[in-house]
Ligand binder design. Sequence first.
Ligand code: SF4
Length: 412
Amino acid sequence: MHHYTVPDTLTKLTQMGDVTLFEPAGDQPLQERKSPQTLSANQPHPPAPSPTGEGEKRMNREHFQSSGLLDCISHVSTPQGSKPIMKAMMTTACERNCYYCPFRAGRSKTHRVSFTPDEMAGAFDILQREKRVDGLFLSSGIIKGSITTQDKILDTVEIIRRKKGYRGYIHLKIMPGIEYDQLYQAMRLADRISVNLEGPTEERLERLAPKKEFMRELLTMIQWAEQIRRDHPHEYLARTVTQFVVGAVGDTDLELLSLTEKLHRHAGLTRAYYSPFSPISQTPLENVDPTPTIREHRLYQSSFLLRDYGWNVEELSFLVDGNLRMDIDPKRAWAEENLRQAPIELNTASREELMRVPGIGPKTVDVLLRERQNSTLTQIHELRKLGMRAPESAAPFILLNGRRPSEQMSLF
Ligand code: SF4
């Protein structure tokens, strides 16, 4: 028997708005961000629909296709391709007081909406059956402690998986300091779990979220998740991601990327998200400047070098203040320092050396290694045929059959 009605649950979802705007979930986080009119810093939620009256009671399917409901749906790049994902919270009420967060306790501007597991599972089921979403990202404010809150999330997903039979993509938020068995259960039910560290060190977290404990409540969750994967090698278990709030409390790129590297190497982290700080009114950080998005971009570029290209954090070029250069991408910055005077011969270089050249990624390297078995690369335009979009950008850092392409280019 259902304990919800269709209008009630979907109306509540529209009241919730785009609650996870600052929480990317997929493989293309920069593309997940909605248009600015969806949410302004001073208005974290869109206005609630009119109070439920006769019109609302007769709410039909067309009515649900309002922009309010669309706020809960994001196109997310998942391991199974790009999908419309329902992003929601069990409740927008919270007993904690994180300094950057619109849902912090006591913030009167926040419209509080709460769901039971039956309601949330029912709302998702409706949208999924109507083919308007194919995937769920589920988070929550904390009420009555992390363990009780996590249980509500788990109960919801149990209903979706076991009663509704949904087999698709689910990404769950892990509440700080939950029990080991809850974490294991979450990893069995979901494809991804988020354990958001928020800050790169204990000191930075203290200034962002004084009620969260860096080691016991957050880092330990990530370590447990890796332990669970090792203890159950034959089970399908969720991968771990984390998120940092960047730029509000003096955190440096060196701190953020050093921790990211360690977690990739030793804790099975799949991805780190870097959310540029954006001030919210009625919070302790409301007068702090927003973080420029170029910083977020440079952090993602660097984290891909650490995760996908095998770089060490020491190889990235940091300024004396511990931050990356904003004027140049990190791979090119390294090449300027290391390859301009010692260019790489593309006909003989190893895979690792080729991956150091700006503009050359794993796919181009595969093609290049194959092609050079049959012929010698001598001309810059040959690189375009191998799939390189802008071979000129690599020209200062390479040799083709012993000659710098820039010398060849000057002949034309
Ligand atoms: S625990 Fe989560 S929802 Fe609550 S104030 Fe902190 S970040 Fe916001």
